[in-house]
Design a protein around this ligand. Structure first.
Ligand code: PLP
Length: 395
């Protein structure tokens, strides 16, 4: 018996593949600071559990395939507060942003079609596309340039007859880039000229620092028929395990057809949707507080990285990640060494080698992604350990 080529060709998660080394390190008594995964340490707002506890039902029934009406209403209002007008039928609730991205890929692409995407990119975009035989075509961006998008012609030359969409996360995982209005306009124009869908992954929306505004693509005119906005409660509300995400689009043909995918998996967990509705009702001050917390952590990480000789990295502007080029030949070997061999007074750190965030072979070999998801004290300690470890490694 042979397994499918589709599953055999899927990439292992670069964020999780070093987990066995981390487990072994912990078994051997080392403390490991996890900077490898985007799992925030911030408490999920208490409103989430309160809403579930107050949910008065004797049977946990299937929810609607489109989603719980109260959650759809809450998401509609959340966009409405920013003058973004989706109707209830434009919104579909999914099992996390992950399922939203899988459904969107299935609905917009045939096997063999292509999606353009700035690299480095959220590594699971590989999975969402390769599992349905869609090819990612990377638009390369570089650490030296702060991972800004290249000029328009560098992007358009990648477009073929098979290109169906442009996909990007904004603010960016893993780069921390917040797209400017001009960059967004450029993507919009490219999409219109080449008749492409725009898949705007906004799961880190509102997490933009230094007073920057992170615009939603939905604030731009003239693209409502081709725009698909992805959202999730995982990051902004620190509720990764709730597995609640959404698709919002004004393209009725698209939402009508994605609803068939929703129906084929029946529904999303009812109780978590009830909890998530309360999160979308939180006041703007909640987002502000979260953003300030990550901004302070960003400063700690960036300051340390800037002080380490031969590290290349520009200041990230949003989300809670940074990709840094390290003075090592092979970042994965370094990450394994950190877990297997190194310790500073019994402590070490776990990073994500960045190679798996690139679609172009050979790129990112000397880069790591750092997720600043620990409190300030721990972040300082972890970055101190990184600095010491690089010293020892390069001796
Ligand atoms: C850019 C981006 N999009 C989507 C997701 C998927 O998130 P979830 O499925 O937890 O909503 C993640 C998770 O890390 C992400 O970083």
């Amino acid at each position: 018996m042979n397994l499918s080529k589709r599953v055999l060709n899927m990439q292992e998660s670069p964020v999780r593949k070093l987990v066995p080394y981390a487990l072994k390190a912990k078994k051997n008594g080392k403390k490991v600071y996890h900077l490898n995964i985007g799992q925030p340490d911030i408490e999920t707002p208490k409103e989430f559990m309160e809403a579930i506890n107050n949910y008065d039902t004797r049977i946990i029934q299937y929810s609607y395939s489109q989603g719980e009406p109260s959650l759809i209403e809450a998401i509609k209002d959340y966009y409405h507060r920013d003058n973004i007008y989706f109707d209830n039928e434009d919104i579909l609730i999914t099992n996390g942003g992950s399922e939203a991205l899988t459904f969107t890929t299935i609905a917009t692409c045939n096997p063999g079609d292509e999606i353009l995407i700035p690299e480095p990119f959220y590594t699971n975009y590989n999975g969402f596309t390769s599992e349905v035989n869609v090819n990612l075509v990377p638009i390369t961006t570089k650490a030296e340039d702060g991972f800004r998008l290249p000029k328009r012609k560098e992007i358009t030359k990648l477009i073929t007859k098979k290109t169906k969409a442009i996909l990007f996360s904004n603010p960016g995982n893993p780069t921390g880039v917040v797209l400017t209005k001009n960059e967004m306009d450029m993507l919009k124009e490219i999409a219109i000229e080449n008749d492409l869908f725009i898949i705007s992954d906004e799961v880190y929306r509102k997490m933009a620092f230094d007073g920057l505004k992170s615009y939603s693509m939905a604030e731009l005119d003239g693209i409502s028929d081709r725009l698909i906005v992805i959202d999730s409660v995982s990051k902004r509300f620190s509720a990764c395990g709730a597995r609640i995400g959404s698709i919002a689009s004004k393209n009725k043909e698209l939402t009508k057809n994605i609803l068939k995918l929703c129906q084929a998996r029946l529904c999303v967990a009812t109780l978590e949707q009830i909890g998530a509705a309360s999160l979308y009702k939180l006041p703007e001050s909640y987002s502000e507080e979260i953003k300030n917390t990550y901004e302070k952590r960003r400063d700690i990480v960036y300051q340390t990285l800037s002080d380490i000789p031969n590290v290349v990295c520009k200041k990230p502007q949003g989300a809670f990640y940074v990709v840094a080029k390290l003075p090592v030949e092979n970042a994965e070997d370094f990450c394994v060494w950190l877990l297997e061999t190194y310790n500073y007074n019994g402590e070490t750190i776990m990073l994500a080698p960045a190679e798996g965030f690139y679609g172009t072979k050979g790129l990112g070999k000397d880069e790591v992604r750092i997720a600043y998801v620990l409190n300030e004290e721990e972040m300082k300690r972890a970055m101190f350990i990184l600095r010491e470890a690089l010293n020892v490694y390069n001796q």
